[in-house]
Design a protein around this ligand. Structure first.
Ligand code: SF4
Ligand code: SF4
Ligand code: SF4
Length: 316
């Protein structure tokens, strides 16, 4: 059962440039706002729960308001906050999980303090540089990292237990778009178990018994427990593509004329897929120049779905 306290946890408000200060703290520095913003408490919370939701709060709202003359914070830190938002391609009051912001986006988007905290000299009393500029604390923090990987032994245990459960139940519980990922897996001809998911085991279960019952669901399913992007406390997918994959589930249901909770045999659902989803772009393509949360999966363009259709249905 998912941990209710974790599932109901409220987002924490944080100033955008304080995300960077967390790296300076991690790198051994003593940020000026350390106590006022309880940066030690925030760092400990994120290290304990990588899916802590963070709402980025600045002197401004998403329109640059609420008034003509900002009253909160000083100009130098207001500037830093906006620079961080710009680098992350976000606006004030957006909420993201710590894992996405600090595990990937911030380290990739802001690899140094240049132009943000390191300004090449003082330009006036209102623009005093932070004492941690040019100390290397930020870079040391980036190198150490803030978001720990999911422990390998926990993933291995989850693999063993989830495969046992699939065998014991004798039926499958699969999120809708994973039926298509199973085809992409089949199209790559890697016919052996993977450490980080149960795609192989789900395909094998249908190969052995095409009449096996499949309960179709939305969200994380039997294929997910050993994955690096699985949050066992909340029993959700926490990969950057989690929201994009929610849409894929619903696209799949829509195209197949099915709904969450439906139970159908492996044979029947793949007959439907064969007939109604000839092209994976119908489900998985996200057109346009998108932020990382909506980026396309490689399978949209590398031909693995087409290759699965050429290979034939699992049981043929
Ligand atoms: S150098 Fe910048 S990121 Fe580091 S503690 Fe100072 S204000 Fe924060
Ligand atoms: S393109 Fe990617 S997400 Fe879509 S079905 Fe294939 S592997 Fe899954
Ligand atoms: S990335 Fe998410 S949906 Fe895909 S296997 Fe991992 S946990 Fe499941």
């Amino acid at each position: 059962m998912p941990n209710e306290a974790l599932c109901n946890k409220k987002p924490v408000g944080v100033r955008p440039h304080h995300l960077m200060c967390l790296y300076c703290l991690k790198g051994g520095g003593d940020p000026p706002d350390r106590e006022k913003a309880d940066l030690d408490g925030l760092l400990a919370e994120i290290e304990e729960d990588r899916n802590t939701l963070l709402t980025l709060q600045t002197a401004f709202d998403c329109m640059g308001g609420p008034t003509t003359f900002p009253t909160k914070h000083d100009p130098a830190t207001r500037r830093k906050d906006l620079q961080v938002l710009r680098a992350l391609n976000l606006v004030p009051d957006e909420t993201r999980c710590a894992f996405w912001m600090l595990g990937t986006r911030l380290p990739q988007s802001i690899p140094t303090l240049e132009g943000i905290c390191e300004l090449g000299g003082e330009s006036g009393p209102a623009w005093k540089q932070c004492p941690l500029a040019y100390t290397g604390a930020y870079e040391k923090g980036l190198e150490a990292g803030i978001i720990p990987d999911r422990p390998k032994d926990e993933m291995a245990r989850a693999k063993e237990e989830s495969v046992e459960e699939m065998e014991r139940l004798g039926r499958l519980r699969i999120r809708a778009h994973h039926l298509l990922c199973m085809m992409c897996f089949w199209g790559r001809h890697h016919d052996e178990p993977l450490e980080v998911d149960n795609l192989y085991e789900a395909v094998e279960a249908i190969r052995e018994n095409p009449d096996i019952e499949i309960e179709l669901i939305e969200g994380a399913c039997m294929i997910c427990p050993p994955c690096t992007g699985y949050d066992p406390g909340r029993e959700i997918c926490d990969a950057m593509c989690a929201l994009r994959d929610r849409l894929k589930d619903l696209n799949t249901f829509h195209l197949l004329g099915l709904k969450p909770g439906d139970v159908i045999s492996g044979h029947d659902v793949y007959e439907l897929i064969w007939e109604r989803i000839p092209d994976i772009k119908m489900v998985c393509e996200n057109p346009g120049n998108l932020i990382p949360e909506w980026a396309n999966c490689g399978g949209v363009s590398d031909g693995r779905y087409e290759s699965a259709r050429e290979r034939g249905k699992f049981w043929e």
